[in-house]
Design a protein around this ligand. Structure first.
Ligand SMILES: NC(=O)CC[C@H](N)C(=O)O
Length: 235
């Protein structure tokens, strides 16, 4: 955590990338940290602002091809997120934000360079993947089923440098078989909905990665109801 021992959460480029409730990821993460008594500081960094390299957790959401390509260009030119990851910062990226963590992705028919922070490459599928997404999370992460909503034209191929976040049971995710990817403290998913509201265990994982703390359980009756409702809809 940062020097004043605040958990510093940085929401990247909300002006370009934030669809299907992605902003909720910021609210849930801050709330779950706060309920554990952790002081939290949230910053929203727009695409015309420099990316501070001293954050603890960086969030980036999904969006359409044009804003996605612009966001990738700006993040590469800025370099702040790269410096943060080198320092061991935690990153949670969704859909367009996930694709641009990789080596390359397609936007409006053009191949665009990504940030290269995850060993993934995205191209386009024959159909758009739209609807509920569910999967069994990588056992190494020890988390319950992933649940989310997806809407993307891209398909993502994983290199040897990452592990899939989940094995798909409903929906498409990366390619109909695997969903998302992670390496170290950088995690990406196609799951909107917002992902951390539907998967509070992922929010807690991000807080644990960022703080090194074991977290006390909190009252999760409402998120549990939401998860049961969403997961039963795809069973
Ligand atoms: N929902 C999204 O973020 C979409 C990402 C990307 N533009 C695609 O269609 O694949």
């Amino acid at each position: 955590m940062s020097t004043e021992s605040h958990l510093r959460i940085i929401w990247l480029y909300p002006d370009l990338l934030s669809t299907y409730g992605d902003r909720g990821n910021l609210l849930i993460l801050a709330r779950r940290a706060d309920l554990r008594g952790l002081p939290v500081e949230c910053a929203e960094v727009r695409a015309d602002q420099p990316v501070p390299a001293d954050g603890d957790v960086y969030l980036i959401g999904g969006g359409e091809d044009g804003p996605q390509a612009l966001a990738a260009q700006r993040l590469i030119a800025d370099g702040g997120l790269h410096r943060a990851v080198e320092r061991g910062a935690t990153v949670f990226s969704v859909c367009a934000g996930y694709q641009l963590m990789g080596h390359a992705f397609f936007a409006k028919g053009t191949k665009c360079p990504g940030l290269g922070l995850l060993d993934i490459t995205s191209d386009r599928g024959e159909t758009r993947a739209v609807g509920e997404l569910a999967g069994e999370v990588d056992p190494m992460l020890g988390l319950p089923m992933l649940t989310g909503f997806e809407n993307h034209g891209g398909r993502t191929h994983l290199g040897p440098g990452v592990r899939p976040l989940a094995r798909v049971t409903t929906g498409i995710g990366n390619d109909g078989a695997s969903e998302g990817a992670w390496k170290g403290r950088v995690l990406g998913t196609y799951s909107h909905g917002p992902a951390l509201a539907r998967n509070p265990a992922i929010a807690d994982l991000l807080i644990r990665w960022a703080t090194g703390l074991q977290l006390e359980p909190i009252d999760d009756r409402w998120p549990t109801k939401l998860r049961e409702e969403r997961l039963s809809a795809v069973r």
